[in-house]
Design a protein around this ligand. Structure first.
Ligand code: PLP
Ligand code: SF4
Length: 334
């Protein structure tokens, strides 16, 4: 299925590249020479959360390696179907924190907009994989409900665009939102959580850079990279353009078994982020969402990993290890 947001009247170059994403696990395995994994893969028809992987991300996977850390993040495996107690549909209490259509407020001074339900890539560990996106996007009805709610709440100083992936919307759609927000005096910061600069770097195009230039507030862009192999020269160029446009760049990762649960992998990620002009922000414990239990790393192992990382790297390259507890006043440090 092609998300509505990429059916623009005048498709931008990155949208054509996105449309060419791989959605058939068998095709992905064939590209990688990994037919041996076919028996463990779930068919998209049996799965409400289909596979979707942009080709530039596939290009960074190692051929012939069933343990490739990028592949593991996107390949739907039969592990997902095994029922596991404690793994829920709404793992982080999003539905309870809903304030208006597409607006979630959990923490002081910040409102999070579910900008859209679409993502460039479908990550198997995603905590929003069961969220009822169709009715719940802030972009519906030209953002009006979300903008009105923020206007009526003077304590909201920071608007966080999340999703889904907000940069899967066209730059014109983003401009509609920020033109509305710009009329609200108490908004002082805009934050964007996005995986697109990493998985589809062509999204960082002239239109997006122009849009950043129109913002009356400092922009913080939090990219979501989990492994050093996710970077290449095209990602570096996209990130450099964002920095040149004045954005502050941070990274948030999820600690994922079989992807980045070693000191070497985490250290390499921090070093690679720094080389790309990005500072590590959070390292999240997996949210216990149904279908993702096979990515779980136990608390004790997570603490040991971050201790070892602290002994190896400067403090500013050590992300904060946190977990989200529904109802808590902030992300909780471990
Ligand atoms: C994670 C999150 C935030 C941001 O929290 P920070 O600690 O400021 O990064 C804001 N709102 C919601 C609903 C969140 O889940
Ligand atoms: S890009 Fe983010 S919101 Fe989208 S599937 Fe991946 S983790 Fe989930």
């Amino acid at each position: 299925m092609i998300p509505a947001s990429i059916e623009a009247a005048q498709p931008e170059g990155w949208q054509a590249e996105w449309r060419a994403s791989l959605t058939d696990p068998a095709e992905l395995l064939a590209v990688l020479g990994l037919g041996s994994l076919a028996a463990r893969v779930i068919r998209p028809a049996r799965d409400a959360f289909p596979m979707r992987v942009p080709r530039p991300f596939v290009a960074r996977m190692r051929r012939g390696d069933p343990h490739d850390p990028l592949l593991r993040q996107v390949l739907p495996l039969d592990d997902e179907l095994r029922p596991m107690p404690g793994y829920a549909l709404d793992a982080v209490g999003d539905l309870a924190a809903r304030e208006a259509r597409g607006v979630i407020r959990k923490y002081h001074g910040r409102a999070l907009l579910i900008a859209t339900g679409s993502c460039a890539v479908n990550c198997r560990y995603c905590f929003r994989r069961h969220f009822p996106y169709a009715e719940e996007t802030a972009a519906a009805a030209r953002w009006r409900e979300a903008v009105d709610w923020i206007r009526a709440h003077p304590d909201v100083a920071e608007v966080i665009l999340s999703g889904g992936d907000p940069w899967s919307l066209s730059s014109a759609r983003l401009e509609e939102l920020t033109a509305g927000l710009a009329t609200i005096g108490h908004v002082r910061r805009l934050r964007i959580h996005t995986r697109l600069p990493v998985v589809l770097p062509s999204r960082v195009d002239d239109g997006l850079i122009r849009w950043l230039g129109t913002l009356p507030w400092p922009a913080v862009v939090v990219i979501h990279a989990n492994h050093a192999n996710e970077f290449d020269a095209s990602v570096d160029r996209a990130l450099a353009r964002l920095r040149d446009a004045g954005a502050m760049l941070l990274n948030q990762s999820v600690l994922l078994a079989g992807v980045n649960d070693s000191v070497d992998a985490l250290a390499a990620l921090s070093e690679r982020l720094f080389a790309a002009g990005v500072l590590p922000y959070y390292l999240h414990m997996l949210d216990p969402v149904r279908g993702a239990w096979h990515f779980d790393v136990p608390d004790a192992a997570a603490r040991r990993l971050v201790e070892a990382l602290r002994a190896r790297l400067p403090g500013y390259l050590v992300p904060r290890l946190v977990r989200e507890h529904p109802g808590a006043a902030a992300k909780t440090p471990l």
